[in-house]
Design a protein around this ligand. Structure first.
Ligand code: B12
Ligand code: SF4
Length: 409
């Protein structure tokens, strides 16, 4: 059976460094497909979709809200030809009801151990409108090695340099941050994968540079310590979301190849200054994730905050605008207060103001967003900072003999 799995394109943040990471959801999903399914994957962010190819069944994987309207268009084109379409992925779960209007079937939840039934139903002409496995999590041991072979990996590079492969060592998140919907998706229980499965998967990725995409590694100190100890012999180099602020953990993370972290910078306190310094003390670079538009953010506050960000010497920064994604506390508050000004999901890129800020006009917040990007990268442009980060990883690789020139011919 020929199954075409598609990852729709979305609009990137307009000041962001231009490169595309390989998607993770689809390759993990593909690992759980029954053997008789012949899967072909298309990432529309780097490839064209051939709508004329003959296929039996189409799957559309959507991670971000900003992808879904394009996903609907793609689905409509295939359904017009009589080809059945199933939706899955994070944004499908978040927008479950409206998704059902645009597909033959909608899969909600994690797929491991569940796709046999879906494909049997399809073969027998009994595809269900909804497969709802939300919060009915499969055993974490059943998560298999992602099927990276379906990716055209040489399309994911920065100026010809091969970038990272993606991997996850756990699911769930025990925190419940204001703008985030992960609790709704993966549950509040932290679910680590068994170390041996993680190590086996890591060891078999033929790329030394990785992005460990877990929500936050800082969920369980003992687990982190165990994980990093297991990872040291692999000599991989990796970036991740936050790592626990603890000497032993940071030291082991650095030994295990921690290259940089995406760390939310929520204010200009000494706590944040110290947090960043401590990563740096262990040789771990930091890409700050800075969210603009909270109720106490005035123009003056943001400007002073910018000075602080430059002062603490963040290696890179990504500025985003508070966006009320569904199934977050942010959405509940702004929606209930009548402050949302756009429900057009294409605007939900995190680079556009879609709500009425408390301390300024939407136009001013949009202007401050560009101000922050421009000010942060004024003296050292993003390409230069990016190159410095790459140099850090190359130096680490040269030091432990894992360096391989990765520039494509
Ligand atoms: C990794 C990640 C990223 C990576 C993405 C790398 C990549 N190429 O994939 C990075 C760091 C780049 C990123 C960026 C952003 N992200 Co992000 N990210 C995540 C994170 C932590 C994990 C996603 C993941 O890979 N999960 C693991 C995979 C295996 O799970 P999965 O995709 O659900 O797949 C399973 C099932 O859904 C199913 N499945 C998947 N596809 C399909 C298809 C079919 C047909 C079927 C049947 C099943 C199926 O099978 C899989 C196995 O069970 C999530 C949080 C989360 N826990 O979901 C946020 C999350 C998706 N991100 C989010 C956001 C907002 C962003 C940003 C827009 C803003 C930001 N700065 O964070 C930016 C994007 C900006 C831009 N540049 O365009 C939001 C999405 C909100 C929304 N509604 O759009 C999330 C939910 C976090 C949050 N803040 O709430 N992100
Ligand atoms: S922002 Fe990170 S730590 Fe906070 S709830 Fe979301 S995934 Fe968890």
């Amino acid at each position: 059976m020929k199954f075409k799995l598609i990852y729709p394109k979305w609009e990137k943040l307009d000041r962001q460094t231009r490169f595309t990471l390989p998607p993770h959801g689809p390759v993990v999903m593909a690992a759980a497909l029954p053997n008789y399914v012949d899967v072909e994957f298309v990432d529309e962010n780097v490839q064209e979709i051939n709508f004329d190819e003959s296929v039996d069944f189409v799957g559309i994987s959507m991670m971000l809200t900003a992808q879904i309207k394009r996903g609907w268009e793609i689905a409509a084109a295939f359904r017009k030809k009589g080809i059945k379409v199933i939706f899955g992925g994070i944004a499908t779960m978040l927008h479950a009801e409206e998704m059902q209007e645009h597909a033959d079937s909608v899969f909600l939840g994690e797929v491991e151990g569940r796709l046999e039934r879906v494909f049997e139903d399809f073969k027998e002409g009994k595809l269900q409108k909804v497969y709802n496995y939300m919060w009915d999590f499969p055993p974490i041991e059943s998560v298999g090695t992602a099927r990276r072979g379906i990716l055209k990996r040489d399309l994911y590079n920065y100026r010809g340099v091969q970038m990272v492969d993606l991997m996850h060592a756990s699911r769930g998140c025990r925190f419940n941050c204001y703008p985030c919907c992960t609790r709704f998706l993966g549950g509040k229980k932290f679910r680590p994968r068994p170390y041996d499965k993680v190590v086996e998967e890591l060891a078999n990725i033929d790329n030394n540079r990785l992005f460990i995409v877990d929500n936050s590694l800082a969920q369980d100190k003992d687990w982190e310590i165990g994980l990093f100890k297991e990872m040291i012999p692999l000599k991989k180099k990796w970036c991740s979301h936050p790592i626990e602020d603890n000497d032993k953990v940071l030291d082991l993370a650095a030994q295990a190849g921690a290259w940089f972290v995406y760390q939310t910078i929520f204010d200009s306190s000494d706590f944040i200054r110290e947090r960043i310094k401590r990563y740096h003390d262990y040789g771990i670079a930091v890409e700050g994730s800075i969210l603009l538009g909270l109720d106490y953010h005035t123009e003056d506050y943001i400007k002073k905050w910018m000075d602080f960000l430059l002062d603490i010497e963040l290696d890179m920064a990504e500025f985003t605008i508070l966006t009320p994604f569904v199934h977050t506390r942010t959405f509940d508050d702004l929606h209930n207060a009548g402050r949302i000004i756009s429900y057009d999901w294409n605007d939900y890129t995190c680079g556009k103001v879609v709500f009425q800020p408390k301390m300024m006009t939407p136009e001013k917040l949009q202007e401050m967003y560009y101000y922050c990007w421009d000010r942060f990268y004024e003296e050292e442009p993003a390409n230069y900072k990016m190159f410095k980060m790459l140099k850090k990883v190359m130096d680490k690789e040269k030091a432990d003999g894992t360096y391989k020139p990765r520039v494509r011919e």
